[in-house]
Write a protein that binds this ligand. Structure first.
Ligand code: 1GP
Length: 250
């Protein structure tokens, strides 16, 4: 928990020096053993990932989140909660992406879960990173299904811009364009560039379906400030290493 209160400035400092940021997403449901988790963390930290996101849409229990957050403490990188629901909270993380799923059809995912979580977040003392979460592309992803999202069509960047601007005007610091974990198609470059151009100093996070370094770099060049990869870390760690190292040494 050494990073508490320092995560936002760590991110903005890196961005203002021209770096792009990489977050490694660890889904507690996918962890097979603590040794494997430590190996993954060591590999991604050594190659330059900037922080570890912890979360998932299904089967997440706070004890599992705590296990991952405690493992991250062995490395000098922040742990950031990325909760799909209130069971994704843990007092052992540094910060939380306090997300509102803006294009959900269900008020629970826009503000209901957040109201339940807020006093707990305060009690835990987590650093809060206010985030407008915008689901893009397919209905056939876990985040779309579980979050009752009405995903933004891939060819409608103006709608993503409208959501991201609304998030900015409501005071959120981050806009997360999410294609969904394991998505067949990631967020289109045109959508990323339109959103970044509109929101300017707001931090744009892009994730979902990013499986190779070329795609990660194109997204960063289009305006993504932070690139998130999860599935590739679980399925092909060598590819994840390639993505991180190329992104950090563009
Ligand atoms: C999902 O954006 C993240 O929330 C990561 O997606 O698992 O497809 O890398 P992937």
């Amino acid at each position: 928990m050494r990073w508490r209160g320092k995560v936002y400035s760590y991110i903005t400092k890196a961005l203002s020096s021209g770096e792009k940021i990489h977050f490694t997403l660890i889904d507690p449901e996918k962890i097979r053993s603590i040794e494997e988790l430590r190996n993954i963390l060591k590999t991604v930290v050594d190659v330059g990932t900037d922080a570890i996101l912890i979360g998932g849409s299904l089967m997440v229990f706070s004890d599992d989140v705590t296990l991952v957050a405690k493992a991250v403490e062995e490395f000098d990188k922040p742990s950031i909660l990325f909760p799909g629901n209130i069971a994704g909270l843990s007092p052992y993380a540094d910060a939380i992406l306090f997300i509102s799923l803006l294009n959900s059809d269900n008020v629970y995912y826009i503000v209901g879960a957040q109201v339940v979580a807020a006093p707990v977040v305060k009690r835990f003392g987590l650093e809060v990173l206010p985030t407008g979460y915008i689901v893009v592309g397919s209905f056939n992803t876990s985040v779309s299904f579980m979050g009752r999202a009405r995903p933004i069509p891939l060819d409608k960047p103006a709608i993503a811009v409208a959501y991201a601007l609304a998030a900015k005007y409501m005071g959120m610091k981050f806009a997360y364009l999410e294609a969904g974990s394991g998505a067949k198609r990631c967020v289109p470059l045109k959508m990323v560039s339109a959103v970044k151009k509109a929101v300017e100093d707001m931090i744009v996070i892009v994730g979902g379906g990013i499986r190779d370094a070329d795609k990660a770099i194109s997204l960063a060049n289009a305006g993504a400030d932070i690139i998130v990869t999860g599935t590739v870390v679980e399925k092909d760690i060598a590819k994840a290493v390639n993505i991180i190292s190329k992104l950090k040494h563009r």
